[in-house]
Design a protein around this ligand. Structure first.
Ligand code: EPU
Length: 429
């Protein structure tokens, strides 16, 4: 029942440090199942999607040591079961990686289908196509995905759609298969490269990650490792957008600017100054943005996970902008919430036409999913008056210490707990 309360209109200044990448962490943690040794993983983001996954591994029998908030040691050698039931997986999307990891380790897996953000149908046909190409039989029984193989054998797999999840799952299943697996039309996101680097640091032989052809030569075993996760491209982009919209001068620290190129290019087009400082970016904005058009695409295109945040910026830019969603079928559901704040946006299928208004106005709104929730936070920082955001558990799936980080750069944002029977704000934290 917690909410965020934001008093908008404050310029942002100072420095914000970016955490480890959610979408790398949720692939790398299940990948530890494939190791015979201890995996020390550093720069883990402290977010609920990650704690859910760690809890699943613990319940499956892994030894888990939290060394610090961001360093964990995982030893999965005692995991004996290949079954991951629904009550363990329903809260996160990335539980689908347990399919590839379990299949790669045991030659069989029985995993409940994933939960996660709801923006239309989220099929896994390309994951299954990959597993079958490696020799697994796939069936759905009593709501569980059932995979089994006598032995996984390397194969040539062409993905019909560029899928981050299928690329990762096939890498996990193929890393210990016999012979060579080639994934064509593979996704190229930074977290795919990060997973490949993690697996290679355990003794895998994966080449080409970051291009659309990935070659995996199966190895017989994987050992322990020490590995540090890359910074979160989308968390960084979200803070860049927050500064662009609210105005200010902020150094966004601990990033890989190359991963931010498409976001930086669009911010510059909208009138924002972005300086590359090597392992940081400096964002300077007077809060007055110019219209532009955006189309989301797989990496290195503009990321779909930045679409709601950018649409929010354009809602108060000069002129008419067009945002086209090129990855998901239904990722504009949050627009109704922006409309409550005075935005003028028409959505037709995968296209939103945005007539910029002078200023958004604070209102009670909902975080309808993770990035839509981040967009509501940005809207609240830009708006006049007070914005109250409910359903914030979606936001906490993917943003570490959001309140602390934003407060440190001058935002007026706080979290409150609302008593279940009382609709008024009862306790400030
Ligand atoms: N698709 C298929 N068949 C499949 C798999 C995907 O048709 O078997 C389609 C999807 O319907 C979608 C497109 O392919 O239209 C791309 O889906 P993808 O598989 O790449 O998405 P995902 O792996 O489920 C990851 C991120 C998402 C991010 C997308 C796209 C994780 C845990 N999730 O999802 O991140 O939007 O890639 O970049 O890595 C987020 O972080 O907020 C988030 C939703």
């Amino acid at each position: 029942m917690d909410k965020f309360i934001i008093n908008g209109g404050h310029q942002l200044s100072g420095k914000v440090h970016i955490s480890g990448a959610k979408n790398a962490a949720v692939a790398i943690i299940p990948a530890a199942i494939l190791s015979d040794g201890v995996c020390r993983i550093e720069n883990i983001p402290n977010i609920s999607d990650v704690s859910e996954l760690i809890r699943i591994l613990y319940e499956l029998g892994a030894d888990i040591k939290m060394i610090t908030d961001s360093i964990i040691e995982i030893n999965c050698s005692h995991i004996a079961s290949h079954v991951v039931p629904l009550e363990m997986t329903r809260r996160i999307r990335a539980s689908s990686y347990l399919m590839g990891a379990m299949l790669g380790r045991f030659n069989k897996a029985k995993v409940a289908p994933p939960g996660g953000c709801d923006f239309g149908v989220r099929p896994i046909d390309q994951h299954i196509k990959g597993f079958e190409a490696l020799g697994a039989r796939a069936t759905i029984e009593t709501g569980m995905v059932n995979l089994s193989a006598d032995r996984l054998i390397g194969s040539h797999i062409y993905l019909d759609v560029v899928s981050v999840g299928a690329t990762i799952n096939i890498m996990l299943a193929a890393v210990k298969a016999k012979g060579l697996t080639v994934i064509e039309n593979a996704a190229r996101e930074p977290h795919i490269v990060d997973l490949a680097n993690f697996l290679n640091s355990m003794g895998a032989d994966i080449r080409g990650a970051g291009t659309d052809v990935i070659k995996i030569r199966g190895v017989s075993s994987l050992g322990g490792t020490t590995y540090s996760i890359i910074p979160d491209q989308i968390e960084a982009g979200t803070y860049m957008a927050a500064v662009a919209g609210a105005g200010g001068d902020v150094i966004i620290d601990g990033v890989i600017p190359k991963h931010l190129e498409s976001i930086t290019a669009k911010l510059i087009e909208a009138g924002v100054t972005v300086e590359d400082l090597g392992d940081a970016v400096r964002v300077i904005s007077n809060g007055h943005l110019t219209r532009c058009n955006v189309k989301t695409m797989p990496h290195p295109g503009f990321p779909t996970d930045m679409q709601p945040q950018f649409t929010t910026l354009l809602a108060a830019a000069d002129g008419t902008s067009m945002v086209t969603e090129g990855v998901w079928d239904a990722r504009f559901r949050y627009v109704d919430q922006l409309t409550l704040m005075g935005a003028q946006i028409q959505v037709d299928g995968k296209v939103a036409v945005i007539e910029g208004v002078d200023r958004l106005k604070g209102a009670p709104v909902q975080a309808t999913d993770l990035r839509a929730g981040a967009a509501m936070v940005i809207a609240g920082l830009m708006a006049s008056g007070t914005t109250e955001i409910s359903e914030i558990q979606h936001i906490e799936r993917g943003y570490e210490n959001l309140i602390e980080k934003l407060t440190a750069i001058g935002a007026d944002i706080r979290r409150v707990t609302v008593a279940p029977t009382d609709t008024s704000v009862s306790k400030a934290q």
